[in-house]
Design a protein around this ligand. Structure first.
Ligand SMILES: NC(=O)c1ccc[n+]([C@@H]2O[C@H](COP(=O)([O-])OP(=O)(O)OC[C@H]3O[C@@H](n4cnc5c(N)ncnc54)[C@H](O)[C@@H]3O)[C@@H](O)[C@H]2O)c1
Length: 343
């Protein structure tokens, strides 16, 4: 039997969710969208018409949840509305899958993790950019030991993105709205906990954002592994992939990924010469290809968790570590000090 779901927040991203729900083979027939909620009723009605759904629409989440009694709440609202929406869903005993970032502050994230635990419901975050082939292949490469012992990860994110909307008005826009994907990917690839960060955040000359469109951060991970992040949303020209461009270094060599289809794995061939001779090696395929479909994979992982009562990969209780990286970077930028990362 299909899960009954209400989706709150009928803006741009909601279309991506509904496309995945209605078209992805791993989700087909598993979800019945019974309600669409937005503070702008016309947005909910438009979405219902666009996807030909029979869902109820409304502006009051509490009322729609009472009327439809769904198993699941899909939260796709703006970050500032997230806390109330998630708590309302948990109060109605829904399992909640929530867009990133999982909360507008670390305190709120802790509150939501606690509320989900008390309610005995699954609470997971759409960290879709770890469900892509390249990220999975890199994690597999690192875990295989091919690079020797991991020592460093470096990610570059440079895109001149003109969104309009809430992003251009929010504080710490790059760190809060986008960097979480890259920081979460680094934590996932390395399989290590983040310990501390030093970060310089700027709003470069000519920026069309109100605040924080660029950041340069140095993270300390466990095992003396360093992760650096250089990012800008106002870098016109020569853009990187949305997944960032990566250089990953181990004691046995280096792995480059352009964030799309190009990988180079160069390993030391023998220990002679000023610059050691290198050999090319093959980056292994993703261990589970079904985990490389972005939103569809995250939603499928969430449904599997609800069915099996096992924690999903992006459970709020784990994803809070990625959010803690973001807020520690923001705190470091504010104080110009190294900041410990504590979820
Ligand atoms: N995972 C990704 O790759 C990705 C990509 C883009 C956006 N997002 C995230 O998705 C979320 C939504 O972003 P978007 O681009 O769709 O924004 P958007 O502004 O296009 O849509 C948000 C919608 O939420 C509605 N809303 C606001 N407060 C509400 C409330 N209390 N109850 C019900 N509806 C409410 C707004 O009216 C709007 O229609 C954000 O958290 C954003 O960070 C994730």
């Amino acid at each position: 039997m299909a899960f009954r779901a209400v989706l709150a927040g009928c803006g741009n991203m909601a279309k991506g969710w509904l496309k995945a729900v209605t078209e992805a083979p791993e989700l087909k027939g598993r979800i019945d969208i019974v309600g669409l909620v937005d503070i702008d009723l016309a947005a909910a009605d438009r979405l219902r018409a666009e996807f030909g759904l029979g869902a109820a629409t409304g502006t009051d989440l509490d009322a729609v949840l009472s009327a439809t009694k769904p198993d699941l709440l899909f939260d796709v609202v703006v970050p500032s509305a997230r806390r109330d929406v998630v708590l309302t869903g948990l109060r109605h005993r829904c399992h909640v899958l929530t867009e990133k970032p999982m909360a507008a502050s670390l305190e709120q994230a802790r509150e939501l993790v606690g509320a989900a635990k008390s309610a005995g419901r699954i609470h997971a975050v759409v960290q879709n950019r770890r469900f892509v082939e390249g990220v999975r292949r890199i994690r597999e490469t690192i875990a295989s030991g091919a690079l020797g012992e991991l020592t460093a990860l470096h990610a570059d994110f440079f895109i001149g993105a003109h969104f309009g909307g809430f992003r251009e008005a929010m504080d710490h826009v790059l760190l809060l709205d986008m960097s979480i994907h890259t920081l979460d990917a680094a934590r996932f690839m390395a399989g290590l906990d983040p310990l501390a960060v030093y970060c310089l955040e700027t709003n470069p000359r000519g920026s069309w954002y109100a605040h924080g469109a660029a950041a340069n951060a140095i993270f300390e991970f466990a095992n003396d592994v360093v992760f650096t992040y250089r990012g800008s949303w106002v870098a016109e020209g020569a853009t990187t992939s949305w997944e960032s461009a990566w250089r990953i270094i181990g004691t046995a060599g280096t792995l480059l990924w352009d964030g799309a289809d190009s990988f180079q794995l160069k390993l030391v061939a023998d220990d002679s010469g000023f610059l050691r001779p290198l050999k090319d090696a093959v980056v292994p395929p993703p261990p589970h290809p079904s985990q490389t479909h972005g939103h569809a994979s995250v939603i499928a992982d969430f449904l599997d968790a609800v069915e099996s009562r096992q924690p999903p990969e992006t459970a709020g209780s784990d994803n809070i570590k990625s959010l803690a990286m973001v807020f520690a970077a923001i705190e470091s930028a504010r104080t110009h000090q190294r900041v410990l990362i504590q979820a």
